[in-house]
Design a protein around this ligand. Structure first.
Ligand code: FE2
Length: 315
């Protein structure tokens, strides 16, 4: 990534074109729906450490699955009804949860990474919130997309099904939505779109080009790669068929794993990759960590709509 003016101002650490969290704006509208909650009751943060081989220690707040449900009064009827319903599903406090997370990050960590489902479905109001919270020129968070970023009422969970949304999402999100790389203190954060559990040949070869940079890598994406532990934990919340569709394409069980040949090869390649030091993911709405490979743990963070996040310190 080029040294931009923003990253120069942030002291040289370029991270998705964003600045250090100390420079996050204070979103002034503050707690509205739970104004009586105390400072320590606002968020549930779990804490982890990754020895990645950074040139200097730093920290990241990892959040995922905020599921914003904003809609303007003049948007179409389907969108208004859907958002009203889903606002009840997620509790109606999702934007407050995001603001609290960013306020916490500003005080306690160096960067923020959001691994998708920032919005629950496409609406003009939601995309305005994406621009607001990612900030102009990506000033706020690094990120990847989730399956809900592509949702507009029709379920076509294929690469072809994403096609009509790509241009719009690319304009709203301040990073390359297919794959992007940001280097912080010698650690390469690679974010990919794997929102239906699979990766494409193009993504796999772009990832290999990232590996050639010779830096430790943290892979950030929406759907976790299954491990037996993650699958078992997820089954307590999700029905089997949901997990099949979303985390193991075409798989009959986690044992069969990645039957999509490209994804299967990609996972095998990652498992044997010494420079892969960690994986950050979301999607499951539970907090679970499991070993992915001899060198990398996988960290799945709980739903941000429930005020969850994880602080990861790096050395
Ligand atoms: Fe998701």
């Amino acid at each position: 990534m080029d040294m931009t003016r923003r990253s120069f101002l942030a002291g040289g650490a370029a991270f998705g074109g964003l600045v250090a969290s100390a420079r996050l704006p204070a979103f002034a509208d503050g707690p509205v729906l739970s104004s009586e909650r105390g400072k320590s009751e606002r968020l549930t943060i779990s804490c982890h450490h990754i020895e990645a081989g950074a040139s200097k220690p730093f920290s990241v707040l990892h959040i995922s699955d905020t599921h914003l449900t904003a809609v303007y009064p003049d948007e179409n009827e389907w969108t208004r009804k859907f958002m009203a319903n889903r606002s009840k599903t997620f509790g109606g406090r999702q934007e407050e949860a995001l603001r609290d997370s960013l306020a916490w990050a500003k005080e306690h960590v160096d960067y923020v990474m959001h691994t998708g489902d920032l919005i629950d479905a496409q609406s003009r109001a939601n995309l305005d919130l994406v621009r607001k919270y990612y900030g102009i020129d990506g000033a706020t968070m690094g990120g990847s997309l989730g399956n809900h970023e592509f949702y507009h009422g029709q379920k076509d969970e294929t690469e072809e099904g994403k096609a009509d949304s790509r241009e719009m999402l690319s304009k709203a999100y301040p990073f390359d939505i297919s794959l992007s790389s940001s280097i912080v203190n010698g650690v390469n954060f690679v974010t990919i779109d794997n929102v239906y559990g699979a990766v494409t040949t193009e993504q796999a070869s772009r990832f290999e080009a990232e590996v050639k940079k010779g830096l430790p890598i943290i892979l950030c994406m929406h759907c976790p790669f299954n491990t037996p532990e993650i699958y078992r934990s997820a089954l307590k919340l999700w029905r089997k068929h949901v997990l099949k569709i979303n985390t193991t394409p075409n798989a009959k069980s986690w044992r069969e794993g990645y039957r999509d040949p490209v994804t299967k090869d990609f996972v095998a390649y990652l498992k044997a990759l010494p420079s892969l030091k960690g994986i950050l993911a979301g999607h499951l709405h539970i907090s679970v960590q499991a070993r992915f490979s001899p060198n990398a743990m996988e960290y799945v963070v709980g739903g941000n709509y429930m005020f969850h996040g994880e602080e990861i310190t790096f050395s």
